[in-house]
Ligand binder design. Structure first.
Ligand code: GLU
Length: 556
């Protein structure tokens, strides 16, 4: 058959050639070893937690090597597309510090290899589609969309029942063979009637042949050569993932394709396409799926319905993006935690990320571990940073608390600064949603009594100690002098000022200085556990502190 005539019949409007496109998208000029990677999500309005893995790997590989990392939006499946989802996606990823050099942005796109939205590239795919038809490597198939869908449904049913696979496969081959033999005249007749067609690849004759490929995570693989005439262009002219992948990653100069392992079974299709199109294939890395433990302790895929599958869940739950990224790094590279303990203060971007240290078998998602990681991350932040993250979280999730925080930044930062900065910083919260609970007693409008007075002591005794405290309070005393004051009050009230001495002869005293501190602590904070009392007093300020103690004495 005259393939050129067929190509012109099917794509009369396509005048550009692949060579012309190659000129528009020349090979990138980059330093030796620089990697070009991309994140290529479909805008379904849902960013899966697992999506962060290829995104972060792609980002690390590119930026660690002085290369380019770009965002391509794979929006060819209009049925699945949610309006505004691409922008929401860009926003979510930005929150996670996934920094793109090129691609779709909040208000358009940037970079020389665009458009970066597949729906805007239909003209480009058609150039290569025409090229493949001209070469005899693709052919039209005029079954209607419904017929194709019917076939697919039938295949599925067949698969499910698992009956007579061989027969189903034989039928598929027979149908494929028949479809392939379409003549120019037949095609012309269909086209003249205005019938739509899908474009299929003319695959290898048999799958006995093997193709060898090295996956950078999985090692050397041997795959059966593709013998399925899969669809390249759907009947509306929109490409399938396979076709768009080959064309886009070639033209955009991707050197490393980092994607989920669910694409591994399609790899031989992709290699065939690259070969047919005369493109050098990129290097591939198929990343293991995220698993979780099910009720019976078995591993199962983290599915869309699971808590924690949606990346936005984490912000709602109050995990700072930094914690989530830190956690993902521990899952991605087996030596990350060791590096972290040796480099506690460096950003994760300084970790020498290595593909070789990636797990092939799948990472297990574990909330307890995330909690642990997040507690550490939050304990190492500056108070101002925790403040702005908490404020941001509260504005979205607890506006009343947001108002309170925004009302006095310095006050909030002073509270959040307690126990920070040293070698062993306090680790009071793992989530931003827990910060309110931690700091609430500092605010009169949130103050409440969590604990009651110790019933080993009479109200009279407590009242007396607290009244002495009020009388002797010196707001200018330093921490040591302050504590001396508490000891004095203790001694005056028959509480031993030295705990050790008390323990030698407890009967000689009503209690010890620690008990007196607890009276003060409860009056000031409503709790028996709180950060260092002297610091709490300094932050509360004389007026508020003394008013609380007075009120407490009156209510006893
Ligand atoms: N759009 C595909 C997905 O979301 C991208 C896979 C790839 O990175 O090539 O799974």
């Amino acid at each position: 058959m005259d393939n050129t005539r067929l190509a012109d019949l099917l794509f009369p409007d396509v005048v550009q050639t692949p060579e012309e496109l190659e000129e528009i998208y020349p090979a990138r000029v980059l330093p030796e070893g620089a990697k070009v990677t991309r994140f290529a999500p479909s805008p379904t309005g849902f960013v899966h937690f697992g999506g962060l893995f290829p995104a972060m790997v792609g980002e690390r590989l590119a930026h660690q090597s002085g290369g380019v990392f770009y965002l391509r939006i794979e929006d060819t499946d209009a049925k699945r597309e949610v309006p505004g989802a691409a922008q929401a996606l860009v926003r979510t990823l930005a929150r996670y510090g996934v920094r793109f050099d090129e691609g779709v942005t909040l208000d358009g796109e940037r970079g020389d290899y665009g458009p970066y939205k597949q729906s805007m590239r239909v003209g480009i795919y058609r150039v290569y589609a025409k090229f493949l038809v001209r070469k005899g490597l693709a052919y039209p198939c005029f079954s209607t969309e419904e017929e194709i869908e019917e076939l697919r449904r039938f295949d599925k049913k067949e698969e499910l029942k698992n009956t007579d696979w061989t027969q189903a496969e034989a039928r598929r081959r027979a149908e494929q063979k028949e479809a392939r033999e379409i003549t120019f005249e037949e095609a012309k007749e269909h086209v003249e009637k205005g019938e739509p067609f899908v474009l299929r690849i003319r695959s290898a004759e048999n799958s006995e042949r093997k193709v060898r490929v090295t996956d950078l995570v999985r090692g050397n693989l041997e795959l059966p050569e593709n013998d399925e005439d899969f669809v390249l262009l759907k009947s509306d002219g929109v490409p399938t993932y396979h076709f768009a992948h080959a064309v886009d990653d070639h033209l955009m100069g991707t050197t490393h394709v980092v994607r989920g392992e669910e694409w591994l079974p399609s790899l031989s299709k992709h290699l065939q396409l690259f070969a047919y199109l005369g493109f050098k294939p990129p290097k591939y890395m198929h990343i293991a799926q995220i698993m979780k433990l099910d009720e019976k302790g078995g591993k199962k895929k983290l599915s869309k319905r699971d808590m924690g599958a949606n990346l936005d869940d984490y912000s709602r739950m109050g995990y700072p993006a930094q914690s989530v990224c830190e956690y993902v790094m521990t899952l991605l590279n087996s030596n990350y935690e060791e590096w972290r303990s040796q480099n506690p203060d460096k950003p994760y971007t300084e970790f020498p990320f290595s593909v070789k240290k990636m797990s092939v078998s799948g990472c297990l998602f574990d909330f307890d571990k995330l909690e642990d990681v997040s507690r550490n991350v939050l304990s190492k932040m500056r108070a101002e940073e925790v403040y702005s993250l908490t404020l941001e979280w509260a504005r979205e999730n607890d506006p009343a608390f947001g108002e309170i925080l925004a009302g006095n930044r310095d006050y909030a930062c002073a509270i959040l600064a307690i126990g920070r900065g040293g070698k062993k910083p306090r680790k009071d919260y793992a989530r931003l949603s827990e910060v309110k609970d931690y700091m609430s007693f500092f605010y009169d409008e949130l103050f409440e009594f969590r604990d009651g007075p110790d019933d080993r002591f009479s109200k009279e005794e407590i009242r007396k100690c607290l009244s002495d405290f009020l009388e002797n309070y010196d707001e200018h005393a330093d921490s040591a002098a302050w504590f001396e004051g508490v000891k004095r009050i203790s001694a005056q009230n028959c509480f031993c000022p030295d705990v050790k001495v008390y323990k030698e002869n407890p009967k000689a005293y009503k209690g010890h200085v620690g008990d007196v501190s607890s009276f003060i602590r409860l009056a000031l904070t409503g709790r028996l556990n709180s950060p260092d009392l002297y610091t709490v007093l300094q932050i509360l300020g004389k007026e508020r502190a003394l008013a609380r103690v007075k009120r407490y004495i009156d209510a006893l």
